[in-house]
Design a protein around this ligand. Structure first.
Ligand SMILES: Cc1cc2nc3c(=O)[nH]c(=O)nc-3n(C[C@H](O)[C@H](O)[C@H](O)COP(=O)(O)O)c2cc1C
Length: 488
């Protein structure tokens, strides 16, 4: 992971002090050194034992992130209760405007509580997830958050919001934490490669560059990229919920995990269902696998089912729930949707969230994909390479080798995984230590994202190479990565 030193992105904006209005300035968002993937793997809800002191920088980052989250509806307002007052957040000037005087928090231990006032539960979900990751990015401060339905009820009764607050997150200080990169998402049937819990960009940079695109090139995403996206959306992480269930990258009301078995990948190959639990749906277990539901390309039917779905994307992730009237289900789809958009951006891919879906569109998508009758689509996420090619990067975006064993025995196959931050031509070649070419493994045009290849320890004529050290060069667009391996 590229580590950035702590940097203040924006200078403190002068507060426009309107006559008679109390306005407080917040600092600009700080870029913390943690990747989106590491934060997703480390997030968990803190239910009790928080203290009501956190630096203003945490509040600033949380509000900035929640405001950067995507939106399907027309507007979304953020209200903040601190021990002093209730405030309305103005994202344009990074200021807090006094809304109601006095301490109106739900939890006396909270440093601040943020209420999301909007019309759509998907939009509340996007913002809540953004705020939770933003707080997780301050482990040294012990910053922690938890969405709380009762706090939202309390806010509606006591904060006087102009629009109903659909969900509130409570934030406070706990003991300083260390972020957790432990990988627990392994496939029980080898259907999906393991995801990466470290990523290339800091969460704040991903958020800063968050955008939605509706035009894609036709290049298929790799299975490694699909695995990463599905894990980010609804994958298992190392912590456990209060009731012993295995935690996920996203929270869930009463740890009900309402989207379990309801996230689908749609590609040219067919329709596949993502599972984060072992067969049998025991929510204490962990898995990371795909089950084939339909063999054959159903993308044309999916595209016809809703005009909101961009027609050119090579892959779609359809997030479903079992009850579209339940705020818990729809907000959870929002959490997953936010994760998908961030993960795509972190991999250099374009993404788009389609919604809200009408009952007719839900039915049409269900028929198009042969979904079970109680799997109701809430969001359709499109992902792929931008149609116009990747935007010119401001800085070199190197090919990074992400996995590969340093030693192989005769007859063994070495699998190398790498991350391509820009689409383009990629070739992999094996050299001996004198730099003499041994074999060329492949040379092809690939989309951005995670990829892998294998070397079976043979030369260009298929003969096993001699014992010794070799270097595999992965030549990407404008950069090269090397992996050294000993064959014995
Ligand atoms: C919509 C929603 C409402 C929640 N309401 C509460 C609540 O009222 N009280 C509480 O302690 N936790 C609440 N939570 C947090 C869940 O209990 C928590 O997400 C779940 O136990 C999973 O644990 P994790 O977030 O640590 O993974 C809520 C979570 C969501 C998504």
């Amino acid at each position: 992971m590229r580590r950035l030193s702590y940097t203040v992105l924006a200078v403190l904006l002068p507060a426009a002090l309107a006559a008679g209005t109390t306005v407080e300035s917040l600092p600009g968002p700080r870029v913390n050194p943690w990747s989106f993937e590491l934060l997703s793997n480390s997030r968990f809800s803190v239910h009790s034992g928080i203290a009501d002191s956190l630096p203003r920088q945490v509040l600033a980052n949380v509000l900035w992130a929640m405001n950067r989250a995507p939106r399907l509806g027309e507007s979304r307002e953020l209200y903040v209760a601190t021990p002093d007052n209730v405030w309305r957040f103005d994202p344009g000037s990074m200021t807090l405007e006094l809304h109601r005087a006095g301490d109106r928090r739900y939890s006396s231990g909270a440093a601040f509580e943020v209420g999301v006032a909007c019309a759509r539960h998907e939009d509340a979900g996007f913002a809540i997830q953004a705020g939770l990751l933003a707080a997780t990015a301050f482990p040294d401060q012990g910053a922690a958050g938890c969405p709380m339905k009762w706090a939202a009820d309390h806010a509606n009764a006591n904060w006087d919001p102009q629009t109903e607050i659909l969900m509130t997150s409570v934030f406070g200080r706990t003991a300083p934490e260390v972020l957790d990169s432990t990988l627990v998402a392994f496939s029980s049937d080898t259907s999906l490669p393991a995801p990466h819990t470290f990523g290339p960009d800091t969460f704040e940079l991903v958020l800063m560059n968050l955008a939605q695109d509706t035009a894609f090139s036709s290049f298929a995403i790799s299975l490694e990229t699909a695995a990463q996206l599905l894990w980010a959306a609804y994958g298992v992480s190392p912590h456990h919920a209060w009731n012993g269930r295995r935690g996920l990258t996203v929270p869930s009301a009463v740890a009900g995990y309402f989207l379990t078995g309801r996230v689908y990948l749609v590609t040219g190959a067919g329709v596949e269902r993502y599972h984060n639990r072992l067969p049998g749906s025991n929510l204490t277990t962990a898995d990371h696998r795909l089950e084939t539901v339909v063999v054959g390309d159903r993308r044309p039917e999916l595209r016809l089912a809703s005009s909101l779905v961009p027609p050119s994307a090579p892959a779609y992730v359809v997030v479903c729930c079992s009850d579209t009237a339940s705020y818990q289900h729809v907000q959870e789809a929002g959490f997953a949707g936010f994760q998908l958009l961030c993960q795509a951006r972190a991999l250099g891919l374009s993404g788009h969230l389609a919604g809200p879906l009408s009952p007719l569109e839900r039915d049409a998508i269900g028929i198009a994909l042969d979904l079970p009758l109680d799997h109701y689509p809430v969001l359709v996420f499109s992902v792929g390479e931008p149609a116009t090619g990747a935007p010119e990067p401001d800085m070199p975006l190197p090919v990074e080798i992400t996995r590969g064993r340093p030693v192989i025995a005769p007859g063994e196959v070495l699998r190398v995984e790498y991350l391509l931050r820009r689409p383009g031509n990629v070739r992999a070649e094996v050299f001996d230590l004198l730099g003499r070419p041994v074999t060329r493994l492949f040379d092809e045009r690939l989309p951005a994202g995670y990829h892998s290849f294998e070397w079976d320890g043979t030369d260009g004529q298929g003969r096993p190479v001699k014992r010794g050290s070799y270097v595999i060069g992965v030549f990407g667009p404008g950069s090269v990565a090397q992996h050294k391996v000993a064959v014995f």
